[in-house]
Design a protein around this ligand. Structure first.
Ligand code: HEM
Length: 134
C-alpha cells in the first residue's frame, strides 16, 4: 500500500515535510469538502461531523506516506475498501474526492512533482474504493 519512495527523500512523508504538513493537508481537504459547493455530493456521503474522518485520514496518510504508523497502531490493517462499503461510492464521489484533495495539495503548497505523483496514487486508491458503477 505504501507509495514508492523518491530517490532524493527517505520517504514521501519526508518529502512533503512531515507530520505538520500532512496535518495541514488533511485539514484543508476537509475544510474544502465542508465549504465548497463543488464537493457537495462528497460531503453528503459523510455524517454531520467530520472530526472522526479528519483524525483518521491524518493518521492513515502519515503511514501511507512512509511515516509513523499511527493508524495501524490503533486500528490494525486499514482495510480501506471494506471500511468504505457502507458508503455508496461511484464516479462522482471518487472524482469529487480527488479534485478536493488536489486543491488541498495546491493550497498547502505541496511540491509540484510530489503533487503529480500523489495524484496518481490517490487515483488508484480512490478508484479501488468504488462500489457503484456510476
Ligand atoms: C473515493 C471517494 C471516497 C469517499 C466518498 C470516502 C468517504 C468516506 C467516509 C464517508 C468515511 C467515514 C467518515 C466517518 O467515519 O466520519 C471515510 C473514512 C475514511 N476514508 Fe474515505 N472516502 C473516499 C476515498 C478515500 C481515499 C482515497 C482514502 C485514502 C487515501 C480514504 C481514507 C479514509 C480513511 C482512512 C477513513 C477512516 C476509516 C476508518 O477508520 O473507519 N478515503 N471515507
Amino acid at each position: 500500500m505504501k507509495i514508492q519512495e523518491p530517490m532524493a527523500h527517505a520517504s514521501v512523508y519526508e518529502w512533503i515535510g512531515g507530520e505538520e504538513r500532512v496535518h495541514a493537508l488533511t485539514e484543508r481537504f476537509y475544510d474544502l469538502m465542508d465549504q465548497e459547493p463543488d464537493f457537495a455530493v462528497l460531503r453528503a456521503v459523510h455524517g454531520s461531523q467530520l472530526s472522526n474522518a479528519r483524525q483518521r485520514l491524518f493518521w492513515f496518510l502519515c503511514g501511507w506516506m512512509g511515516g509513523p504508523q499511527h493508524y495501524s497502531q490503533r486500528f490494525g490493517h486499514p482495510q480501506l475498501r471494506a471500511r468504505h462499503l457502507p458508503f455508496a461510492i461511484g464516479i462522482t464521489e471518487r472524482d469529487q474526492w480527488l479534485t478536493c484533495m488536489d486543491r488541498a495539495m495546491a493550497e498547502t503548497q505541496v511540491d509540484a512533482a510530489l503533487r503529480a505523483r500523489l495524484r496518481e496514487s490517490f487515483f488508484q486508491t480512490a478508484d479501488w474504493m468504488r462500489n457503484q458503477g456510476s
